[in-house]
Ligand binder design. Structure first.
Ligand code: PEP
Ligand code: MG
Length: 764
């Protein structure tokens, strides 16, 4: 930790040409800051000078979470002198907070002997340094915490058991063993089970020490080096496949493996036991225990990294305890957890489906599975111990059902379902080049909703005419915090330039609610969906918000970008964002930075208030995008993530249709375009009604683009307008469904030889 901090100080002092660079860190669970590293001040003051948050200039920066630049620091009323540091020689002062997950964890300071008047560019450079260094410092803090844990010496080692005779038989007496989990990625797959990389079961490991400590030490260090090589390789593969933002997940793991404290602890434990396995196990156990006892949820979550790293070293040391048979094509991969790294290690082309014992539908892995269009079910309790390598299995990613050892009847039922799906997809994909217009010639724009750079490939594959919704929060979720401007800008530039000249609508961070990140926003809200989420959260974190706006503006020069604001509920909110946008633009202009001055700015209509007051909002923005996922949730007062009220969640409820209608009419009065980007836009029954209401653009998951196109092409706007009028006067969602079903029936689509049957299943 000391070395990391000293390196940080040295680097920043050189980069900013300063005489002093110091790092102050907030002490755990206390309100004081400790001078933790310095270049230029008296080294003896390190770990001695302590000041309260709010005390002196450094304390002010920590308290306010803002940078501070002073040409003559001693003349400032907030200045406080610490004789131990020998800082009387220094005149100018510039500091920026180290912010992690919205909280200030320390302060980075530079000082100069000669008076220096810092420019805005210096302040921003300092802020960027602080932003980039904050996670490094936090990791170092964590590792120091781990290394100082004394517990490992007293760890109890459970006795080992024999592993001979493991491995079950393929034949299972019982047929159609049903397991259920969370439906995570749609589609049906039938194939043999491949248990992948089951964690080494430490209680079953048969490890015989070599005899000499020196040999054990060599083996342990070799395992460490191999694990490091593997993780670096994984990081590189993930970077290429999924984009740099996800590769960042592996930096923390690499930092752990390269940490001297970690290696020293291993060596010390080896010295005591003379057994590489026991040494590794005891250190890992102690790290895990320490992590579990940490109060901060953010730090506790990071324990997963240590455990993942430990598992890899263990695999190298004792050999992977799981079955190592080659994976058969069309396998159902069964894993403990869908971690991001899994996709780099899997032979993707052979994977028919993924089933995971742990995790939910919003993990990175789940997102990857959906992106790659691999059916997946997660959170299947007990699946790892229930499945047998190679046994036949059916996975239904749409319902979350899994069947082991299916009998012939069940298999043929699912083969049928699978066949219908494949024929329909084949037919739909063949329509890629045809225009998306109704029978009477009205063009409907079909765009894709994406969240990863890799999704853009799928948007292309299915013929999307643009990106109607780019969800930027995935980058923040991958980072577990606000990403830096550089990272965001890189991602946005790639997406915009790949789609150019087609438009890309970038939505600002929509965190909170069901997309909470520990330590960003409130973690203990009673009603998170009604709380500090989305635009409210970003407006409370104005600096992070300004960083994102700058990244979007900067990237806008690479092609056709649009900006979209989520969850706007009042005109004041919209004005506040516009003022911030103006500030950001002014700053960029002053620095001569390029951006598209005409970039359109739209708002999401996803709160009933916005739909009701749509006229006022339409006057102050360039377009509307209706987010029916939230609009339905808030209109019907039904939590979109609560399975107990899921039967009440219905976008075809006449109340929701009425709000969509009033938004469309307001947009038409103000002459601005209106699109729809909630999941409802890909519901075959909703398409005729939405077209009838006058929606001109549908933005849907890439794979749904051809389906919506096929429906649009079978409609006539005069008929759908009539349908929509009728739907608006209906009393229930059931009646609206009847109107839409009738329209689909009359269009002939349900009798279509390729997609008819499949479509019927879809709309049930
Ligand atoms: C919506 O609410 O409809 C929407 C598209 O946003 P999200 O699903 O990301 O909340
Ligand atoms: Mg939403």
């Amino acid at each position: 930790m000391q070395e990391t901090l000293a390196n940080v100080a040295d680097l920043v002092a050189k980069r900013l040409d300063a005489d002093v660079c110091s790092v102050y860190l907030r002490e755990a669970q206390s309100e004081s800051l400790l001078l933790s590293a310095t270049i230029g001040l008296d080294p003896a003051a390190v770990r001695h000078v302590r000041l309260g948050v709010g005390d002196g200039l450094v304390g002010w920066v920590a308290k306010n979470g803002e940078a501070l630049a002073l040409e003559r620091a001693r003349e400032d009323a907030r200045f406080r002198y610490f004789p131990e540091t020998g800082e009387e020689r220094f005149t100018s002062f510039l500091a920026a907070p180290l912010v992690v997950q919205g909280g200030t964890t320390g302060v980075l300071v530079i000082q100069t002997v000669d008076p220096r008047s810092f420019h805005q560019a210096d302040v921003e450079l300092m802020q960027t340094c602080a932003q980039l260094l904050a996670p490094v410092v936090v990791n170092a803090q964590l590792l120091a915490l781990m290394s100082s844990s004394e517990d490992y010496r007293s760890t109890h080692f459970p006795p080992r058991t024999d592993i001979s005779g493991l491995g079950g038989s393929l034949a299972r007496a019982e047929k159609n063993v049903e397991l259920t989990g969370i439906p995570t990625s749609r589609g049906v797959a039938i194939g043999p089970v491949h248990r992948f990389g089951a964690p080494v079961d430490l209680d079953r490991v048969e490890y015989r020490p070599k005899g000499s400590k020196a040999e054990e030490r060599t083996d342990l260090l070799a395992a460490l080096a191999e694990a490091l090589g593997d993780i670096e390789e994984t990081r590189d593969t993930v970077r290429v496949r999924f984009g740099p933002e996800f590769a960042a997940v592996f930096h923390a793991q690499i930092q752990i493996l390269e940490d001297k404290g970690f290696v020293q602890n291993l060596e010390q434990a080896l010295d005591e036991s003379g057994d590489a396995f026991l040494a590794l196990r005891s250190v890992l156990d102690s790290y895990r225990e320490t992590f579990e006892s940490i109060e901060s949820e953010y730090f506790r979550e990071r324990g997963a990294d240590i455990i993942d790293v430990g598992q890899r070293i263990m695999e190298k040391l004792v050999g992977d305890g799981s079955e190592q048979s080659a994976m058969a094509p069309g396998s159902v991969v069964v894993v403990d957890q869908v971690l991001a790294g899994l996709f780099a290690r899997l032979e993707i082309d052979k994977v028919a489906a993924i089933v995971a014992e742990h995790g939910g539908a919003t993990s990175h892995g789940a997102i990857f599975a959906r992106t790659l269009e691999i059916p997946a079910v997660t959170g299947v309790g007990g699946v790892m111990s229930t499945v047998r390598q190679g046994e036949p299995c059916i996975v239904d990613g749409s319902t979350g059902h899994i069947y082991l050892a299916p009998d012939e009847t069940l298999t043929s039922f699912y083969q049928d379902a699978q066949h219908k799906y494949e024929v329909a997809v084949g037919h739909l994909d063949a329509m890629r080049g045809r225009p998306s217009e109704t029978r009477d010639g009205k063009s409907i724009t079909l765009s894709a909703n994406v969240g990863l750079i890799n999704d853009v490939r799928y948007a292309e594959k299915h013929g999307a005419e643009g990106i109607g919704l780019f969800r930027t929060e995935l980058l923040a979720l991958a980072h577990r915090g606000f990403p830096s401007q550089e990272e965001q800008e890189q991602l946005y530039r790639r997406v915009i330039s790949q789609m150019n000249p087609r438009p890309v609508t970038i939505r600002t961070l929509d965190l909170g609610g069901d997309k909470g990140i520990p330590n960003v926003g409130e973690s203990n809200e009673e009603n998170p969906q009604l709380g500090l989420r989305s635009i409210r959260l970003t407006l409370e974190n104005r600096r992070a918000f300004a960083v994102q706006l700058r990244a979007i503006f900067s990237a806008s020069v690479t092609g056709h970008a649009k900006l979209l604001l989520p969850m706007i509920s009042s005109v004041e909110e919209l004005r506040e964002v516009r003022a911030l946008m103006a500030e950001v633009r002014e700053g960029m202009t002053a620095r001569g930075e390029e951006f598209d001055p005409d970039m359109e700015m739209g708002i999401m209509i996803e709160v009933p208030a916005a739909a009701i007051a749509a006229d006022t909002l339409a006057a102050e923005c360039d377009f509307f995008s209706i987010g029916t996922n939230d609009l339905t949730q808030y209109t019907l007062a039904v939590d979109r993530g609560n399975e107990r009220v899921a039967h009440l969640y219905d976008g075809l409820h006449p109340a929701v249709i009425t709000l969509i209608d009033s938004s469309v009419r307001a947009a038409q009065r103000a002459d601005i375009p209106v699109s729809i980007c909630g999941e409802m836009a890909s519901n075959p029954l909703a398409v005729p009604i939405l077209v009838g209401l006058g929606i001109g653009e549908f933005s849907v998951v890439p794979a749904a683009v051809p389906l919506v196109k096929e429906i649009v092409r079978a409609l006539d706007t005069r008929e759908t307008a009539q349908d929509a009028r009728e739907a608006l006067s209906m009393a229930s969602a059931r009646e609206v469904r009847e109107i839409a079903s009738r329209r689909l029936l009359e269009s002939g689509l349900l009798d279509h030889p390729d997609i008819g049957d499949w479509l019927k299943d879809e709309i049930q």
